[in-house]
Design a protein around this ligand. Structure first.
Ligand code: PHE
Length: 338
């Protein structure tokens, strides 16, 4: 019997199994009820008691090995898995759903690209600001009437913490920490205590630009804005309309000529063909001094625009609220615009 066990051990290890049929022959020969291993177990009855234990163990090891060989090849040859494999090859691959960028991010990235090409870097700052960076340094001391233009969410009055109402606060921080020449754009979220409607929301996004150097003039501002409108809207007719901001002097609004080709053009331009795009101006000398820059040596321009407004214009979105609802049916429409 010991010899039989040895012989089977060698045999089953060199048993040729190349397909399902041979695997079945293997099973019948060694593992079936009438197979050789079962036969050895039956013969164990006739073995003297003192050898039973050892021999039993050896037969059991043989069985374990045969089962291992069988199991490892079973899956490989089973007819089910073979057809399954071919099925996979013939099927079209699964379509993976890709996410899409949010339209505000798409427009933000476009604008960043446009300004990076002409040497602007990107600066960011905190959304929770102090009074100095959001107002006072920008020529808006306490009780200045123009503070009412920006309905502020105050967090705390003393010490003063508020939600920034514009990203001009980032420009102040940037001027405090960097020496001219400065060329930077600051994208970010801002907050104003306004009623929520189709046209306004209690938070929105801005991009502001700042350029400080020697001999920067209004001509530089106008040329830069012309370049920007050509790049973003493909329009090359602009006008600068006098306006007022406490931190720029002179100040202006940039309008672009949108045209009156369609009904929509009439509606969005109120029949004039002109659209207001952003606020801008030459940085007020006292703002420069507030940030430790000598206005006798340096001058500069600044501008600021609302990203929602531009996004709504470019994608013909009527209601600002759709930008924040995160309805995937809306967002999926932008998957090709990345
Ligand atoms: N900070 C202004 C606003 O939020 C925009 C602006 C920026 C205007 C820079 C002029 C210069 O309305």
């Amino acid at each position: 019997m010991v010899n039989d066990i040895k012989k089977y051990l060698e045999e089953l290890q060199s048993f040729e199994i190349k397909d399902e049929k041979q695997l079945d022959q293997f099973r019948l020969k060694y593992l079936s009820k009438k197979g050789l291993i079962q036969k050895l177990f039956l013969e164990l009855k006739n073995v003297p008691n003192d050898k039973k234990r050892n021999l039993g163990q050896e037969i059991n090891n043989l069985k374990i090995l045969a089962n291992e060989i069988y199991d490892s090849l079973k899956d490989k040859f089973s007819s089910k898995s073979v057809t399954h494999k071919y099925e996979d090859f013939s099927k079209p691959s699964q379509i993976l759903k890709l996410g899409s960028r949010h339209p505000i991010s798409i427009v933000k990235n476009k604008i960043i690209d446009i300004f990076q090409k002409i040497g602007f870097d990107i600066s960011e700052g905190p959304e929770i600001e102090d009074d100095w960076h959001n107002f006072t340094a920008l020529n808006l001391p306490e009780h200045h009437p123009a503070r009412d233009m920006q309905d502020t969410f105050y967090i705390n009055k003393d010490p003063d913490w508020l939600l920034r109402t514009h990203t001009s606060s980032v420009q102040i921080r940037h001027m405090e920490n960097n020496k001219p020449p400065i060329r930077t754009i600051s994208p970010g979220r801002v907050y104003r205590n306004e009623d929520i409607s189709a046209r306004s929301h209690c938070f929105f996004h801005q991009i502001e630009g700042l350029y400080i150097d020697k001999n920067v003039s209004f001509v530089d501002l106008k040329q830069t804005l012309l370049y920007f409108t050509k790049q973003l809207f493909g329009k090359n007719k602009i006008r600068l309309r006098p306006s007022y901001f406490p931190f720029t002097e002179p100040s202006a609004e940039l309008d672009i000529y949108w045209g009156l080709d369609s009904e929509t053009d009439y509606r969005i331009t109120k029949g004039t063909g002109w659209l207001e795009i952003l606020g801008c101006g030459m940085v007020d000398p006292s703002v420069l001094s507030n940030c430790g820059i000598d206005p006798k040596d340096y001058s500069g321009y600044a501008f600021g625009l609302g990203l929602e407004r531009i996004t709504m214009l470019l994608y013909q979105i009527d209601d600002i609220r759709t930008l924040y609802e995160n309805d995937v049916r809306f967002l999926n429409q932008f998957s090709k615009s990345i």
